[in-house]
Design a protein around this ligand. Structure first.
Ligand code: PEP
Ligand code: MG
Length: 751
């Protein structure tokens, strides 16, 4: 019985140990040929010229590797790529598309099955198996190959293309990783891979600095790991104490095994550094355990993996504490978190790349606050091998690029220079109004959530805070902050901005915004217990928060309250009752508080139709275009697979925005936009035309958008909105708007 999942898993596990892409593709064809018991397995990979190159084969003439090239649509392989559909043939050479290549040896094989390898809609290559007999492959065989191709395409997308290059070529192939925009900006700097949460396969491979030095390093690390196991201090992932003790015993035995120590010494003798010697030696032991029949012994392989990482951490103990590069670096890791920010000097932190995380994870929030470009949520890519490699982090597009060819690198260098100059040039705008050329005044507010970004906002002339994301201080705590702690935090913000208005949104957790001390597990968290839905179920938390905000507001008088994720009229009524109760309680306690203005986020599409029912009991509306886009288009804003579908220029989003603004104006409700749309120059033109007069964005975006507004005229904006709405595609819309921005000599805004 063929099991594509297990075969794919084994290939991917083995792939972690191969040293180059030629070995990787050979491994793939080897494993598939033996799993399917066929005569031939070959892999054709699409190269940069969009040609399918024979990259590995077992069964056909190996000297043809790299020589056989097919355009899309050419031959059987090109046809499979073109149609993105398998071909299963009993007589390959009788198919009208069959193309004969001399010296390839295909004439000996009749049965042919080829399937495309597709990732995110792109054909990466074609996998082919062949047999001598004249037969069609069975349904099971076809299903196996299709599934294998899908797994391998998803997991090895970045590595396959490398195999089409000559092995001893002088230039490294460009690597591009698509993630989610974490924080805007562009930076070029070497990668610094942080080693937390590392897996055995992630351990980078390097030569050693000398046998004596590396031996001592590993000796110490092993000793420290043994001490750690003796004291049993670290729970190694389990909380049950009996299980823990027996696990620790197993670990100790494994660590003391003479085979392991001999293997480490052998690897050190081969001039590897301590980490590489550890990795190879552990892997050798793991392979032995994995091949055992006894399931108990096979499971020890997993223990060895855990153990290897423990020892590895001890080897790098000094670097785990403090990150002290001698030049600015891009921190790369599975989950870059707040602790990393505290372990590196600000002037050494050029950018962030986090495999996990979302646009609103701590990483992204902090990077935004500090003005550090960040790309998050790249997914399961192996970036650890890039340690020390120069990376380009493009926070505008959510892309990370390694081995950029000279031309591309120069272009990015130009952009970073331009950006620096722009920031410096724009500092004079701080005191100037955001006013169009024909005199329309726009209010420029900032989005914040940390005390760290209070100053950047003020320095850039923010006229108030349009969105204070109150969940952020909750996220950086270890438990729900007390009322007193919250008062201190909120007072810091309110007093720094007084008398300018500060719109504090009550706790918006759930979805992708998890509290470390209050995990919520749901099948579909974005449609679940989020924002006001959660806090109305935890009235005490909401009450504490509102009380703290009201007390902090005493003497400042600039607080406005805002409700996140509102989708029902009764939620608004309950919220009002709670605020009234908080005011009454505090008055009773002798605090001179009064009820502040109450507004709502318009981010669930339902609000568009609810506004007439809500308008009597709300004082303002702030459009959260991030969630509005997500919910209108049913596109997860944090899923890189559908990132290209997430667009606030989608005609439905524009119509919804227009409808919301029109409704607010009709109902005399002040309206602002506080989602990312407010910081997108192209979108700002449309928002102005729709009638938006207040924008709120991260502090680092304020000068750019103010610069744009001061060059626009309302007539132009209105005209452009009209034209935009009749464009056929979003790409066309963006080009139209960008062309206008360029025509104003503001090309730097639309890189
Ligand atoms: C939004 O949804 O647009 C918004 C500003 O809220 P958040 O990004 O915090 O969900
Ligand atoms: Mg939102």
């Amino acid at each position: 019985m063929l099991n594509p999942l297990i075969t794919a898993k084994r290939i991917l596990q083995a792939a972690a140990h191969v040293s180059d892409s030629a070995a990787l593709v050979r491994l793939i064809v080897e494993r598939i040929r033996s799993a399917l018991r066929v005569d031939v397995c070959s892999l054709y990979v699409m190269d940069d010229q969009e040609e399918l190159v024979l990259t590995a084969t077992l069964g056909l003439e190996e000297s043809a590797i790299g020589q056989i090239r097919l355009a899309i649509g050419q031959g059987l392989v090109g046809t499979i790529a073109k149609r993105q559909h398998p071909l299963n043939l009993d007589h390959a050479d009788q198919h009208p598309k069959f193309r004969y290549f001399k010296d390839l040896g295909e004439e000996h094989y009749q049965g042919f099955l080829g399937v495309p390898m597709i990732h995110l809609g792109q054909t990466l290559g074609v996998l082919v198996v062949q047999v001598k007999e004249t037969r069609r492959f069975s349904e099971e065989e076809e299903a196996f190959l299709v599934t294998m191709a899908a797994h391998l395409a998803g997991s090895l997308a970045g590595n396959l293309k490398k195999a089409t290059k000559p092995i001893n070529g002088t230039t490294m192939p460009i690597l591009r990783y698509q993630g989610i925009k974490g924080a805007p900006g562009i930076q070029i700097a070497p990668a610094w891979v942080v080693r937390d949460d590392i897996r055995l396969e992630d351990i980078p491979e390097r030569a050693g600095k000398g046998l004596a030095y590396e031996s001592e390093l590993i000796r110490q690390a092993l000793e420290e790991t043994r001490d750690e196991l003796d004291t049993g201090l670290d729970q190694l992932g389990t909380s049950d104490s009996d299980t823990l003790n027996s696990l620790l015993e197993v670990y100790k035995l494994l660590l003391a095994s003479p085979e392991l120590l001999a293997a480490i010494n052998e690897e050190l003798d081969n001039q590897h550094c301590a980490s590489t010697a550890l990795k190879h030696a552990m892997q050798r032991q793991i392979d032995v355990f994995e091949s055992m029949e006894d399931p108990y012994l096979r499971a020890r392989a997993e223990d060895l993996r855990v153990l290897a990482v423990r020892v590895y951490r001890h080897i790098h103990e000094d670097t785990a504490e403090r990150i002290s590069p001698d030049q600015p670096v891009i921190l790369v890791g599975r989950q870059i978190n707040l602790s990393h920010f505290t372990r590196i000097d600000r002037d050494k932190l050029a950018g962030i790349v986090s495999l996990e995380g979302s646009a609103l994870s701590h990483t992204a929030v902090l990077a935004n606050a500090l003005g550090i470009p960040a790309v998050v949520g790249i997914g399961d890519e192996d970036l650890t091998r890039l340690d020390g490699t120069e990376l380009i982090v493009d926070g505008y597009r959510g892309q990370v690029i390694a081995h950029a060819p000279t031309g591309l690198r120069e272009e990015y260098e130009r952009l970073t220079r331009q950006e620096k100059a722009l920031q410096a040039d724009l500092s004079h705008l701080k005191l100037l109004p955001a006013e169009t050329k024909d005199g329309m005044q726009i209010k420029m507010y900032t989005n914040t959530g940390l005390l760290a970004d209070i100053t950047p906002g003020l320095e850039r002339g923010a006229e108030g805070i349009g969105l204070y994301r109150s969940e952020i201080p909750f996220m950086v705590h270890n438990n729900f902050p007390t009322e007193e702690e919250q008062i201190r935090i909120y007072r810091g913000v309110l007093s720094a901005y007084a008398p300018r208005p500060v719109t504090m949104r009550t706790l918006d957790i759930g979805g992708d915004k998890a509290l470390p001390y209050f995990p919520i597990k749901e099948e579909n968290p974005f449609l679940g217990w989020r924002g006001i839905r959660f806090t109305l179920d935890y009235r005490n938390i909401l009450l504490d928060q509102i009380r703290a905000m009201l007390i902090a507001n005493i003497g400042c008088n600039n607080l406005q309250l805002m409700i996140p994720m509102l989708s029902r009229e009764d939620e608004l009524q309950s919220f009002h009752r709670l605020v009234d109760e908080a005011v009454a309680q505090l008055k009773e306690e002798g605090h001179p508080v009064s009820k502040p203005a109450v507004g709502i986020m318009a981010e669930v599409p339902a609000v568009l139709w609810l506004l007439p029912r809500l308008s009597d009991t709300i004082d303002f509306v702030s459009i959260g275009s991030n969630d509005l886009t997500q919910y209108l288009l049913a596109v997860d804003r944090n899923n890189p697979r559908v990132a290209k579908l997430y667009s606030h220029l989608h005609p439905a989003v524009l119509e919804a925005m227009r409808g919301l603004v029109r409704e607010c104006r009709r109902l005399n409700l002040p309206v602002s936009v506080c989602g990312e749309m407010a910081a997108d120059p192209a979108a700002v033109i449309l928002l102005l035309a729709m009638g938006v007069r207040t924008l709120s964005m991260s502090a680092f975006q304020l000068p750019r958008i103010k610069w744009l507004i001061r060059r626009l005229t309302m007539d132009d904006c209105l005209l452009l909105l009209d034209k935009t709405l009749s464009c056929a595609t979003e790409a066309e819309m963006r080009e139209l708007l960008n062309a206008h921005i360029r025509s104003l000599d503001l090309g730097a805004l639309v890189q």
